[in-house]
Design a protein around this ligand. Structure first.
Ligand code: SF4
Length: 450
């Protein structure tokens, strides 16, 4: 996306809006949050002149996104060489960061984990040839433009490709150069007709881009019509607004969503420093409106690829009453190689958490298979062998335990190394691939990215 695309985005947004939002975030009770004071310090330092009313107005943040390297260099020290290189990166992969998210960056630390998610890196174009533009082959399975059905009972509605921020690890960064569109009313009606016709669809995911870039009124037009379709049982929304522009979660939006439940919201926190009083208040507001909030993070090198960071993130989310749902292995996306980790690193993180914190704080670690293969859950191996009807496990401390299988009346006992005619190794492989917490089904992958 070029600078003119960014201007187009803002025009598209403006034309979609009727009035500025009230954006009245309740601060009557202090939400749980990280102890970091960077946000408030940077707000005073860089945005001290901005009125409280504007700071609480999500449209103000959207209009004042930082989208050029020249602007960025007023906030973050960048050498002349860095500026030239980042300008080059931005011609291929543009950037936009909201004032709210910018304040979370420690501007003096080039390795700051928030910075790595928002600010371009020369590695995006330096590691050319690594990865694919569309590794998950999303550009297929469309029933009509904007409506994707990859699995029988679910459908994905893509209402816009506009996002409040361009996350550097985004699986859809290939789209940025074409960005700035919102589906027209007639296109949305065609999508709805298709859903009405396909009675098997019981779960509709509204995603993007980020669907909350639409005005509340416009969003309601879609959600209210979906809710009138009898076979649509649940509606899900994928959005990163609670993290990068939490002011969007205002009273008006929550009041609207609360009329059309059950609605579930999936968001995308990647680091504990993103859990701020504002983002926690946004999640709290959604929950009080009857909207359960789940989190889907991406494992990113130098951002959250340690047990300590994941522990703080997931425990912080629970304090915010948000469920850590998925931890994604980063996809093989062109322009993101520098942020990817190995699967081994992910497994070690899950192993380092299991047993040391509540099970509810441990997300399901998944790889979204290239070529549209769907999500595969991964976890460390705890079942280490089987002899006859005895299974041998190790626990989180490495201690060994034996478990006897039940006697199955009327069936021959398994031979050593075999179970139900299948070799032990096959059983182990299956157990590795399917988590004990939940069997992750092959949901439409687009749900999982906001
Ligand atoms: S789709 Fe999600 S990950 Fe990609 S830029 Fe938008 S908010 Fe970020």
């Amino acid at each position: 996306m070029t600078q003119s695309n960014i201007v187009m985005q803002e025009k598209a947004l403006t034309s979609a809006e009727e009035e500025p939002p009230s954006a009245a975030i309740s601060e009557t009770e202090e939400p749980p949050s990280s102890k970091s004071t960077i946000g408030s310090e940077n707000r005073k330092r860089f945005f001290g002149h901005v009125t409280e009313g504007n700071w609480k107005d999500w449209r103000w943040h959207f209009r004042n996104r930082i989208t050029t390297i020249d602007e960025l260099s007023k906030f973050i020290p960048l050498s002349g060489k860095e500026q030239s290189r980042l300008k080059l990166v931005a011609t291929k992969y543009p950037f936009a960061v909201t004032p709210h998210y910018l304040t979370l960056i420690n501007v003096d630390d080039p390795n700051d984990p928030i910075r790595k998610q928002a600010i371009p890196s020369f590695d995006e174009i330096g590691l050319v040839g690594m990865g694919q533009e569309d590794p998950l082959e999303e550009a297929r399975d469309s029933l009509v433009p904007g409506l994707v059905q990859r699995y029988p009972d679910r459908a994905l509605m893509v209402l816009t490709d506009i996002c409040p921020m361009f996350c550097r690890h985004c699986t859809r960064k290939r789209e940025w150069k074409n960005g700035g569109w919102v589906r027209k009313a007639a296109e949305i009606e065609t999508m709805l007709d298709e859903i009405r016709r396909r009675k098997i669809i019981r779960d509709v995911i509204i995603s993007g881009g980020d669907p909350l870039t639409l005005s509340t009124h416009r969003l309601e037009e879609v959600i209210s019509k979906l809710r009138q379709i009898e076979h649509v049982e649940i509606i899900r929304i994928g959005t990163r607004f609670p993290v990068v522009l939490p002011q969007r979660i205002d009273d008006e939006l929550c009041a609207m969503l609360s009329k059309y439940g059950p609605i579930w919201l999936n968001t995308h926190f990647n680091h504990p420093n993103e859990i701020t009083p504002e983002s926690a208040a946004a999640c709290d507001k959604l929950l009080r409106s009857g909207i359960p909030v789940n989190n889907q993070s991406v494992l990113l090198r130098g951002v959250n690829d340690s047990v300590d960071t994941q522990m703080k993130l997931c425990q912080g989310l629970l304090k915010t009453k948000v469920r850590p749902y998925y931890l994604f292995q980063a996809d093989e996306v062109q322009g993101t190689e520098h942020l990817r980790t190995t699967v081994e690193a992910g497994l070690k993180i899950i192993e380092g958490m299991r047993g040391y914190t509540s099970g509810i704080a441990i997300p399901t670690y998944v790889v979204d298979l290239p070529g549209g293969g769907g999500k595969v859950p991964l976890q460390p191996e705890y079942l280490i062998s089987q002899t006859g009807d005895t299974l041998t496990f190790r626990n989180y401390q490495g201690r060994i335990f034996h478990y006897r299988e039940p006697k199955l009346i009327g069936q021959s006992p398994p031979k050593n190394g075999q179970r139900n005619g299948r070799k032990t190794r096959s059983v182990l492989t299956q157990l590795m691939l399917f988590t004990e917490e939940e069997k992750v089904r092959d949901e439409n992958r687009a749900v999982v990215r906001s």
